[in-house]
Design a protein around this ligand. Structure first.
Ligand code: AMP
Ligand code: TRP
Length: 329
């Protein structure tokens, strides 16, 4: 089985866009690949975050991933900070990369361009830590959102640089960017991505939203005044978004949904999508509560950390030997 790895930052709450664009794919990959999924808590502190919030986000994230269908028996699920080799290799990667490379990274560039103050040195160098996260495990593929592709490209460069400078040590990984069409937009501003940072809560459906409130958000989603139900991303983005959500959650093709709605109004479609979202959240949250109440998270994390550490420790030992840290036999 080919190996695949991805990390998720425990900042903010997960929303429907995360499920449809990312989590759903992880679940479908778990049977075909040897998967490693970790909670990137060392990345979460690149911006200020309260300990209480970080702890809660982390637990919610794990419980939600399991509730969404990730099976801890198939996937190695672990906390980044439980495996010390991430920080160790992170430093080696920081010293392998150049200031110029870091300055070209868009997240840092965007923040500084906006004149944001309080940008930490950690935020500047975090792509090096991300490279370490990946290279410790020699995955062939790294599924990420388009915004993270640049970091996987950097990881490839650093892997090649290390391999050339010392000797073959790391697998050069490939980014696997989520397919187009799986993007979910804000319900209130359908040309903008549904996101954690959206100011208007009516635009985003959180996976832990009250299902009835979520249904209301669908009912009040912004559409258009054309009055015809068809999939037209350009001219009817709000409608296209509702069709995407319905299709993603039920598996029915968009064409088939459109055909069923010939001659019908937006209100009826919204009712159906609202019900689909209601049912989806109700079921998901029941599973989420079960995971929390079962107390299984501790065990999952303990086992995950053991499996991940076994691989990561071997890799860091190899790196330490090659760079001259190890002086005994
Ligand atoms: P983020 O919430 O930006 O940390 O993203 C976590 C994962 O969810 C990434 O793989 C993103 O590509 C995916 N994702 C985030 N927002 C959306 C969205 N609105 N539609 C589809 N995928 C998304
Ligand atoms: N930087 C990623 C994000 O902000 C999270 C992440 C950290 C990650 N390490 C990773 C993703 C390694 C893939 C592989 O979403």
């Amino acid at each position: 089985m080919e190996r695949m790895l991805s990390g998720i930052k425990p900042t903010g709450r997960l929303h429907l866009g995360n499920y449809i664009g990312a989590i759903r794919n992880f679940v479908s990959y778990q049977d075909e690949y040897e998967m490693f999924i970790f909670i990137a808590n060392e990345h979460a502190i690149t911006v200020p975050i309260e300990a209480k919030e970080l702890r809660q986000n982390t637990k919610d994230l794990i419980a939600l991933y399991i509730a969404c269908g990730l099976d801890p028996k198939k996937v190695t699920l672990f906390l980044q900070s439980d495996v010390v080799a991430h920080a160790q290799l992170g430093w080696v990667m920081t010293c392998l990369s150049y200031m110029g490379e870091m300055q070209r990274m868009t997240q840092y560039k965007d923040k500084t361009a906006k004149g944001e103050t309080g940008v930490t040195a950690g935020l500047f160098t975090y792509p090096c830590l991300m490279a370490a996260d990946i290279l410790l495990y020699d995955p062939k593929y790294v599924p990420v959102g388009i915004d993270q592709k640049q970091h996987v490209e950097l990881t490839r460069n650093l892997a090649e640089r290390f391999n050339n400078r010392y000797s073959d040590t790391f697998t050069v990984p490939q980014p696997l960017v989520t397919k187009v069409g799986a993007k979910v937009y804000s319900l209130q501003n359908p040309t903008k991505k549904m996101s954690k940072s959206e100011e208007n809560p009516k635009g985003t459906i959180d996976l832990l939203d009250d299902p009835a409130a979520a249904r209301k958000k669908i009912m009040s989603a912004v559409t258009d005044s054309l009055g015809v139900i068809r999939y037209d991303q350009e001219n009817q983005p709000g409608l296209a978004n509702l069709l995407t959500i319905q299709s993603a959650l039920t598996g029915e093709e968009i064409d088939s949904i459109v055909a069923r709605y010939e001659g019908k109004g937006y209100g009826e479609l919204k009712k159906e999508v609202g019900q689909t979202v209601f049912d989806f959240l109700t079921d998901l949250q029941a599973k989420y509560r079960h995971v929390i109440e079962s107390g299984m998270i501790d065990e999952v994390l303990k086992e995950g950390a053991q499996k991940a550490s076994y691989i990561a420790n071997k890799k860091i030992a190899k790196v330490y030997r090659k760079i001259g840290f190890t002086v005994t036999k």
